[in-house]
Structure formats: structure tokens, C-alpha cells
Design a protein around this ligand. Structure first.
Ligand code: HEC
Length: 163
């Protein structure tokens, strides 16, 4: 058994040596650009469509009521999932293990939101939205020096959901 494992290790090492050169990634913008133009608008599609708001008429479920609405959520969720891959690009990740782990979390939560949109499951979407917020926060707490601003950003966002 041990011999098999060692042989497998050599095989993997051999494959790594022959690996393709890095694809020619092009930096479209800096991290602020990616956050403001890719990730945040996508997350908003999930957050603006999950949970309840209290109005004069009572509790209103923010979940989409049309196929188009659910497609928008699915789009946001898909962008979030692939944003995790985007953030794992070497220029962004810079070999930082925790950054990569959190980015993988973004892929997973995005995929869960995609599944919730496919199932038209508003409860699952709400839970996924909360988990998504946790992923954003866990990266910001470690890597965004002025991360306190993110809390303010979320507080600003919440009232707009009732508009
Ligand atoms: C893997 C790390 C990582 C994840 C995950 C992440 N962010 Fe960020 N985010 C950053 C970093 C780093 C900055 C600070 C960029 C700077 O100022 O150079 C930032 C900044 C921001 C900003 C402020 C941009 C500005 O104008 O200064 C917003 C908004 C933002 N993130 C939204 C989000 C949202 C929403 C999520 C989750 C859906 C998220 N981020 C997930 C790393 C991350």
C-alpha cells in the first residue's frame, strides 16, 4: 500500500512538472473595481430578493414572483460563484492561503444560491444570503484594512430594500 502511495506521489509530481504555462490573465481592474462592479451588484441581486420587509400593509416577502425575477437571482448567484474563481487568480490571491480558502467559500455559497434560485426556494435563498454576507465579512476582516466601512455599507443598503 505504501509503495502504491509513493508511486502515486511521483506520478502527481511528474504531472505538475509538465503543467501548462499560466494562461494570459488580463487584469481588468483593481480590487476596488472588482468589488464595486462585479461582486457587489451580483450580491445585491441575492440580498434584494431575500427576506421580508415590514410595510404599512404588513410583511412583504422580497422573493421574486416571476421567472424573470428568479433568473436575475440566478444570474447574481452565478456571478458570485465565478467571482470566487476570479479572486483565486494568482494576481489577486498572491499565494495567500486564507484568501484562497475564503474565495472557495464564495464559489460554494454562490452555487448554493444558484440551487436556491433553480428550486425557487425563498427560505434557502435567505439562508444563503446570510452565509454570503459572512463570506464577504470574513475576507474584509482579514484583508481590507479599512474594513469597518463595509458595515456602514450594509446598513445603508438595508433601508433601500424596502423601496
Ligand atoms: C477574498 C477576499 C474578498 C471577498 C470574498 C470579498 N471581498 Fe470585498 N473587498 C476585498 C478587499 C481586499 C477590499 C479592499 C480593496 C481596496 O480598498 O483596495 C474589498 C472592498 C470591498 C468594497 C469597497 C470597495 C471600495 O469602493 O472601496 C466593497 C463594496 C466590497 N468589497 C464588497 C464585497 C461584497 C459584497 C462581498 C461578498 C459578496 C465581498 N466584497 C467579498 C476582498 C474581498
Amino acid at each position: 500500500m505504501r509503495i502504491v502511495l509513493i508511486a502515486a506521489a511521483f506520478f502527481v509530481a511528474g504531472c505538475a512538472e509538465k503543467s501548462e504555462p499560466m494562461p494570459p490573465f488580463v487584469a481588468v481592474g483593481d480590487m476596488v473595481h472588482t468589488m464595486n462592479n462585479v461582486i457587489e451588484p451580483a450580491a445585491d441581486k441575492i440580498w434584494d430578493s431575500s427576506g421580508y420587509v415590514l410595510t404599512a400593509e404588513g410583511e412583504v416577502n422580497l422573493a421574486p414572483t416571476t421567472d424573470e425575477g428568479w433568473m436575475e437571482v440566478k444570474h447574481g448567484a452565478s456571478v458570485i460563484a465565478d467571482s470566487g474563481n476570479l479572486l483565486m487568480m494568482p494576481a489577486h490571491a498572491q499565494g495567500r492561503e486564507e484568501w484562497i480558502a475564503i474565495s472557495r467559500g464564495l464559489v460554494e455559497v454562490g452555487r448554493q444560491a444558484m440551487a436556491a434560485a433553480d428550486a425557487r426556494d425563498d427560505e434557502a435563498l435567505f439562508e444563503t444570503g446570510a452565509a454570503l454576507y459572512g463570506v464577504c465579512l470574513s475576507c474584509h476582516q482579514v484583508y481590507w484594512e479599512d474594513g469597518g466601512r463595509f458595515t456602514a455599507f450594509v446598513e445603508e443598503k438595508e433601508p433601500s430594500a424596502s423601496q
